[in-house]
Design a protein around this ligand. Structure first.
Ligand code: NAG
Ligand code: NAG
Ligand code: NAG
Ligand code: NAG
Length: 407
């Protein structure tokens, strides 16, 4: 009896704390509060909180009195794979103040992401909290950079079939294999996000986007061992601004063209961003040996600073890793790249070839525009240079390097 009395006291105290400590700043609780602790979540760092989180989500999602907020208070919450599904009866805020800790073992995942939101509209994920993928325990098991038939590990957080939604103020570290994944999302904004993983961690992409439209990514800081942002087929109307990228492999479109059924990539803007110490800056990559005949079009890259970037500007239509092409130059990509503008791109390159565009022999790039490019190289083996193959387009203003020969 005594112990039951104390448990009941303790749980009312927890409930009281949950309500009274609810923050009141911009990341604050809106509408009806669903505190994960009231559904059995705890911060002992050992118990699996996935079930408690799922119950809190379900209650919030079913709330029909207006906005609801799932509240994760400060503290370290250990969590197995969890899926938050809609549709919900009203807009839901997922407010993360604390730290979510992934299982160390890569075998604990049945799906492609640790935390999944799917079939939800009007979702807000916010709070300034931390997602810790604990990837360092599995990076050594990852051989995907060497083998085409590797076993993929889980990404940290995935959004699929989510519309009219946003992420604001979140920190993600050390994913197993990629941090944020967006698949088939629409009208989705990402702001004030930080992604961190060591520069030598394998496949730890910051943000990966496929089959999505009308997205804005603004004010994000990404340093990882792979692409800061990777844009895959079927993406349209994506605006990226105020990104600090590095270390990592830059902002990359592709690889495209390998599979049948791929969709066009249309309408990408990247502006007001800095790449610092990345292997590549701005890249479009298509497979040399390609099946699909898609189009990549209407891109604008402008006002971008490069600091010690390996190859600041790259179009690579001869991508063929793992020895999958019988011999170099044997295949020519079927992906058509057109109307891509580079305006005001400046800074330092760590290789001579600061600008490297190797377009397809059979589908030369069209409408490539270069203006106010100023990239310098300080190495001993010569002056900065451009390599341009099968490129149609035009050059305006003063450009360094200035030797990109267009068709
Ligand atoms: C995303 O941002 C754009 C531009 O600021 C805005 O028009 C749009 O309504 C925003 N969408 C959401 C879901 O916040
Ligand atoms: C950018 O995001 C950071 C958090 O990563 C935040 O502290 C800062 O205030 C944001 N800046 C702007 C201009 O919103
Ligand atoms: C670029 O990165 C280096 C090394 O991490 C750092 O010292 C430097 O301050 C950064 N520069 C800028 C402009 O962010
Ligand atoms: C290019 O940048 C360098 C500094 O990195 C500057 O000295 C030079 O004037 C710039 N050239 C043009 C054409 O803007």
């Amino acid at each position: 009896m005594v112990s039951r009395f104390w448990i009941s006291c303790a749980s009312s105290l927890i409930f009281f704390l949950a309500v009274s400590s609810a923050p009141t700043n911009e990341h604050s609780v809106q509408g009806q509060l669903f505190d994960v602790r009231n559904y059995g979540a705890g911060v002992d760092g050992r118990r699996n909180n996935a079930f408690a989180f799922a119950k809190a989500w379900k209650a919030a999602c079913q709330w029909s009195g207006g906005r609801s907020t799932v509240y994760v208070p400060p503290g370290r919450f250990y969590l197995h794979q969890v899926t938050f599904s809609g549709p919900c009866k009203g807009p839901v805020t997922f407010l993360i103040k604390g730290t979510l800790l992934a299982p160390r073992s890569p075998n604990a995942f049945k799906r492609d992401a640790w935390i999944i939101f799917q079939y939800v509209d009007y979702l807000t994920v916010t709070g300034g909290g931390l997602l810790d993928g604990q990837g360092s325990y599995s990076w050594t098991l990852n051989d995907c950079h060497k083998s085409p038939r590797c076993r993929p590990l889980a990404m940290s957080i995935g959004f699929a079939f989510v519309k009219h939604s946003k992420i604001n103020g979140l920190h993600s570290i050390n994913s197993k294999m990629g941090h944020f994944n967006f698949f088939s999302v629409e009208d989705f904004n990402v702001t004030d996000v930080t992604v961190t993983a060591p520069g030598n961690s394998p496949n730890t992409d910051g943000i990966k986007i496929g089959k999505s439209k009308d997205m804005h990514i603004t004010n994000v800081t990404i340093g990882t061992g792979d692409d800061c942002i990777a844009i895959l087929d079927g993406t349209s109307n994506l605006v990226i601004s105020d990104v600090r990228c590095g270390p990592g492999h830059g902002i990359s479109v592709g690889s495209l063209g390998k599979y049948s059924g791929e969709k066009n990539v249309e309408g990408l803007t990247v502006r007001n961003s800095v790449f610092n110490g990345t292997t590549i800056g701005l890249r479009i990559k298509t497979w040399a040996k390609s099946i699909s005949t898609i189009t990549v079009s209407n891109f604008l890259y402008e006002n971008i600073r490069m600091i010690n970037v390996g190859n600041p500007i790259v179009i690579d239509q001869q991508y063929c890793p793992h020895g999958l092409c019988d011999s170099p130059g044997k295949y020519a990509s079927h992906v058509q790249i057109k109307d891509v503008k580079y305006h005001k791109i400046w800074g330092t390159s760590t290789s001579r070839e600061a600008l490297k565009m190797q377009c397809s022999r059979t589908f030369p790039c069209q409408g490539i525009v270069l203006s106010d490019i100023n990239l310098s190289y300080n190495g001993r083996d010569g002056l900065v240079t451009a390599l341009c193959e099968n490129v149609r387009g035009s050059v305006f203003g003063k450009n360094v390097p200035d030797n990109c020969r267009m068709l």
